[in-house]
Design a protein around this ligand. Structure first.
Ligand code: NIG
Ligand code: FE
Length: 398
C-alpha cells in the first residue's frame, strides 16, 4: 500500500465523533482509510510508519477568509493607528485599502504570485491546508483579473486547496470618486462576467464608506446569475444590515459580524448562512470581538479565519486566531478548533474536508503537544510538527 500509518496519536480529533485517545490513522493515496483506536488499526502492509509520540492529530486548518494576494506595506499606517488615528480616517484620506490597491496595481502577476506564495507557505507550515482567497486590491478589470489568476495558480502549484472570491466591491477606487454608481455598473456589466470563470464566490464590503445594501443586492443578484455564491463582509465597523442581506439572499457566509445582533444571528442560522469570524481584525483594530458564543448558540455554523490582509489583520497562522477566539471571543476550545477546521470547510461548501474519517482527503496535522487545547493555551509557538495535504507529507519534523 502506498501511504502512511500514523501511530502513537495521543489525542485524535476527527470532527465526526468524540476525540479518541491512543489512536492510529492510516492514509492510502490521497485519502484516509482508517481513523480510530490503536487496537483495531490495520497492519503496516508497506505503509510508512510515523510515530506521533503521543502528539495530537487533527484536521488541517481551513482558513475561510483571506485577502492574501496583495503588494505593498502598511506598517506606517499601523503606527499611525497606534498613535490614535482611526481606520476610517486613514481610509478617508486615501490610505487604507486604496493604498494597497495602488501597490497591487503596480505589481506584476509573477510578483504577486511570489509574495502570496511566501505567505501561503508560512500558512501551510502553521497547519493550514485549505484557504479562501479574495481579490479586492485591484478595483479595476485588469488588476482584479490578475489577482484571481494568481489565486487560481496558487491552488494549482502549492499543496493547499483553494476557493476564490471576487471582491471588486471592496472600495470605490479613486478614479470613480463622486461616480460610485458608474463603478457599481462597471462591476456588474464588465468585471463580474470576466471574473466568473476564475471565482467560486462574490463578496461585497457592506459598510458606511464602502457599499450599501442596495448596491450589494444588485451586485449579488448579478453574481448569482453567473453562478457565483455569496460571501458578505457584514457588520464589521458598525451595524449596516449586511447580515440580514446575507440571510435574505441565502449567502454562503456572512463574515466579520462584530456588530451582529441576536436577531441577525437567528436570521443567519435560519437561512443556513455560515458566520465566518475574524478575531485578528478586531484585535488589530482594538475594537470589540464578534459575539461568537451568541452566533454559535443561535445555531449558526461558525468558522474562524485569519482575514489575512495588510491593513486590519496581518495574521497568517491559524493558532493565534484560535487563541483569540477562545480568550477574547469566548468560544470554548472545542468550538474554536471545530470552527477553524470543519466550520471553515462547511462555509466553503467543502463537505468532505475538516474531518478525519475513511474516504475523506487526508488533510491533517500532527502537533508537538498532547491535545489541541495547547493551541489556544500556547499561542506564541508553532506546535505543528507535520502537515499532510491530500495524503502527501508536505512538512516534516522541524
Ligand atoms: O476584512 N473589511 C474590509 N476589508 C479588509 C480590510 C482591508 C484593508 O484594510 O486592507 C478586512 O478587514
Ligand atoms: Fe476581510
Amino acid at each position: 500500500v502506498d501511504g502512511f500509518l500514523l501511530t502513537g496519536i495521543g489525542h485524535l480529533t476527527t470532527n465526526v465523533g468524540p476525540a479518541i485517545t491512543d489512536a492510529v490513522v492510516a492514509i492510502d493515496g490521497i485519502r484516509v482509510s482508517y481513523a480510530g483506536s490503536a487496537g483495531s488499526a490495520p497492519e503496516v502492509e508497506g505503509r510508512k510508519v510515523i510515530n506521533c509520540e503521543g502528539g495530537a492529530v487533527l484536521p488541517g486548518f481551513v482558513d475561510a477568509h483571506t485577502h492574501v494576494v496583495f503588494a505593498g506595506d502598511r506598517s506606517a499606517e499601523f503606527a499611525k493607528r497606534l498613535a490614535g488615528v482611526s481606520y476610517a480616517d486613514i481610509a478617508a484620506e486615501g490610505g487604507g485599502i486604496l493604498s494597497t490597491v495602488a501597490s497591487t496595481r503596480d505589481a506584476s502577476e509573477d510578483e504577486l504570485f511570489a509574495l502570496a506564495s511566501k505567505r501561503i507557505w508560512r500558512m501551510i507550515g502553521a497547519g493550514t491546508t485549505t484557504i479562501e482567497i479574495k481579490s479586492g486590491y485591484g478595483l479595476d478589470p485588469e488588476t482584479e483579473m490578475r489577482i484571481l489568476r494568481v489565486a487560481r495558480r496558487l491552488g494549482q502549484e502549492l499543496p493547499v486547496k483553494t476557493k476564490t472570491t471576487f471582491l471588486g466591491a471592496h472600495s470605490v477606487p479613486a478614479e470613480f470618486k463622486g461616480r460610485r454608481d458608474d463603478y457599481v455598473q462597471l462591476i456588474i456589466a464588465e468585471m463580474l462576467p470576466a471574473a466568473a470563470p476564475f471565482a467560486d464566490y462574490c463578496d461585497v464590503f457592506i459598510e458606511e464608506g464602502a457599499f450599501d445594501i442596495d448596491e450589494g443586492r444588485a451586485i449579488f443578484d448579478a453574481a448569482a446569475a453567473l453562478g457565483l455564491g455569496a460571501r458578505v463582509h457584514a457588520e464589521q465597523l458598525a451595524h449596516s444590515g449586511g447580515a440580514m442581506l446575507a440571510a435574505d439572499i441565502g449567502a454562503a457566509s456572512a463574515d466579520h459580524l462584530d456588530h451582529a445582533t441576536l436577531e441577525d444571528a437567528r436570521a443567519l442560522a435560519e437561512a443556513g448562512v455560515a458566520a465566518v469570524l475574524v478575531p485578528g481584525a478586531s484585535y488589530t483594530l482594538r475594537s470589540g470581538q464578534a459575539p461568537g458564543p451568541m452566533l454559535w448558540d443561535a445555531g449558526c455554523t461558525v468558522a474562524l479565519a485569519t482575514d489575512c490582509n495588510p491593513g486590519t489583520s496581518y495574521f497568517e497562522a491559524m493558532a493565534p486566531i484560535i487563541s483569540l477566539g477562545v480568550v477574547q471571543m469566548g468560544l470554548t476550545t472545542e468550538q474554536a478548533i471545530w470552527s477553524a477546521t470543519r466550520g471553515g470547510a462547511l462555509s466553503l461548501g467543502l463537505d468532505d474536508l475538516g474531518v478525519i474519517t475513511p474516504g475523506a482527503p487526508a488533510d491533517l496535522i500532527v502537533l508537538d503537544a498532547p491535545s489541541p487545547a495547547h493551541i489556544p493555551y500556547r499561542p506564541g509557538a508553532n506546535l505543528v510538527r507535520r502537515v499532510f495535504s491530500s495524503g502527501k507529507s508536505v512538512l516534516g519534523v522541524r
